[in-house]
Design a protein around this ligand. Structure first.
Ligand SMILES: Cc1ncc(COP(=O)(O)O)c(C=O)c1O
Length: 399
């Protein structure tokens, strides 16, 4: 059997590695297991979701429009305009927005859309932060490009240092995956940072795929967005694609609903590409998504719940293990010295599943993995479960 060798080049999938690590370990029998390894939001999605799906049940016999329903696109354009205080008409439903069956497929497919060989005979580069959300590694690797991992460690403010990217690499760069708020560290890019990224994209002619999946889960200030940066530079959001999801904002990961927005030429290309092999989003789901993007109340309540859990984490951890309040997202990124050993210990002695940071990163040129010292802890359970699990975690890690 012939399998594309690029698949082997990706390395083992994050959660397969985790399962292999923890499978031989029996967790302590008298503790209830708590899975804090996966970013699977466990809050109840708003009733609006189910009600709208039911009201649109008559459409299950129809192929949904790949380009999205007019209602979906209008709701998204209106939300983007409100959320990022964009000039009216900067984002239009017709030219700037496309539905996705969750952002994961869109982020991955972007590598098929946006990775040409820039100079004959020169392998294109895909830039990605290190650590990363696994899908960027998948997209970069499967496109045949050379993935270049940019250190996003405490020393660089948990975002790639733009000044450290060699010019020769920028010249070969076709696509730059970036995440803000970042998973796993919860760092948010500033407006200036995003403007610089767009400046580089335009100077060196590459596409920026900015993953803003956690943009609605934040601690203090709403994270700025790529479209805000593009609007402040003036003109169309050239070279930019932003990705948003209802999985985290509306605790609706099972809905598989997200969107991509940005550069109209790229959006038109994306639609052409998706017509060949993308997933249409069912009409009932687009209707529910339009209703959810048009409703702020549930997103505010959701954010408050995560904030209370960060408060509980601050109380439980009291600055230990390098605890800091993530600016966005719902993960703790804890410096435990040896992430793999800590994940094993937490599973064995506390029945808590966490993700070793090294499974979200690649070793750098010096062989140093920037995730090595860390575990990622997802605060996705109810508040009481999170508080109890964190207390247990501190006891075990200190013991
Ligand atoms: C950073 C990041 N981007 C994208 C996704 C994909 O989200 P979805 O496909 O559910 O929209 C996730 C999911 O965990 C994520 O953590």
């Amino acid at each position: 059997m012939t399998i594309n060798p690029r698949l082997d080049g990706l390395g083992e999938y994050t959660f397969t590695q985790l399962n292999q690590l923890l499978a031989p370990i029996a967790p302590r029998a008298n503790e209830t297991p708590v899975v804090m390894s996966i970013g699977d939001p466990l809050h109840e999605p708003p009733a609006l979701l189910h009600e709208t799906v039911m009201q649109n049940a008559r459409f299950w016999n129809k192929y949904p429009p790949m380009a999205g329903t007019p209602e979906f696109r209008a709701a998204v354009a209106a939300w983007l305009t409100r959320r990022y205080r964009l000039p009216p008409g900067y984002v239009t439903p017709g030219r700037h927005v496309l539905p996705l069956a969750g952002t994961k497929e869109g982020l991955f497919l972007t590598s098929l859309l946006a990775v040409p060989e820039k100079k004959a005979g020169q392998r294109p580069v895909v830039l990605l932060p290190n650590p990363y959300y696994v899908c960027y590694q998948g997209g970069g690797g499967m496109s045949g490009a050379e993935p270049v991992h940019l250190d996003a460690s405490a020393e660089t403010g948990f975002l790639p240092d733009l000044d450290a990217i060699p010019r020769a690499i920028l010249e070969r760069t076709a696509l730059f995956y970036l995440c803000s708020p970042s998973n796993p560290q919860g760092a948010c890019a500033s407006l200036d940072y995003l403007k610089r990224v767009l400046g580089l994209a335009r100077e060196y002619d590459f596409v920026v795929a900015l993953d803003e999946c956690y943009a609605e889960i934040y601690d203090k200030a709403p994270p700025v967005g790529g479209l805000e940066a593009a609007a402040s530079l003036g003109g169309e959001p050239e070279k930019l694609l932003v990705f948003h999801s209802l999985s985290k904002r509306s605790s609706a990961a099972g809905l598989r609903s997200g969107f991509v927005a940005g550069d109209p030429e790229l959006i038109a290309g994306f639609l052409r590409l998706r017509n060949y092999g993308g997933c249409q989003v069912p009409i009932a789901i687009q209707a529910a998504a339009a209703a959810l993007w048009s409703d702020e109340a549930h997103a505010i309540e959701n954010r408050e719940r995560y904030r209370r859990k960060i408060d509980a984490a601050a109380d439980a951890l009291k600055g230990r293990f390098g605890f800091y309040r993530p600016e966005g997202g719902f993960f703790l990124w804890l410096d435990v010295g040896d992430g793999v050993a800590a994940a094993e210990k937490l599973w064995r002695e506390a029945a808590i599943r966490t993700l070793p940071g090294r499974y979200m990163a690649q070793p750098d040129a010096r062989g140093r993995n920037p995730g090595e010292r860390y575990i990622r802890v997802a605060l996705v359970h109810d508040e009481a479960t999170v508080a109890a699990a964190l207390a247990r975690m501190v006891r075990v890690l200190q013991g």
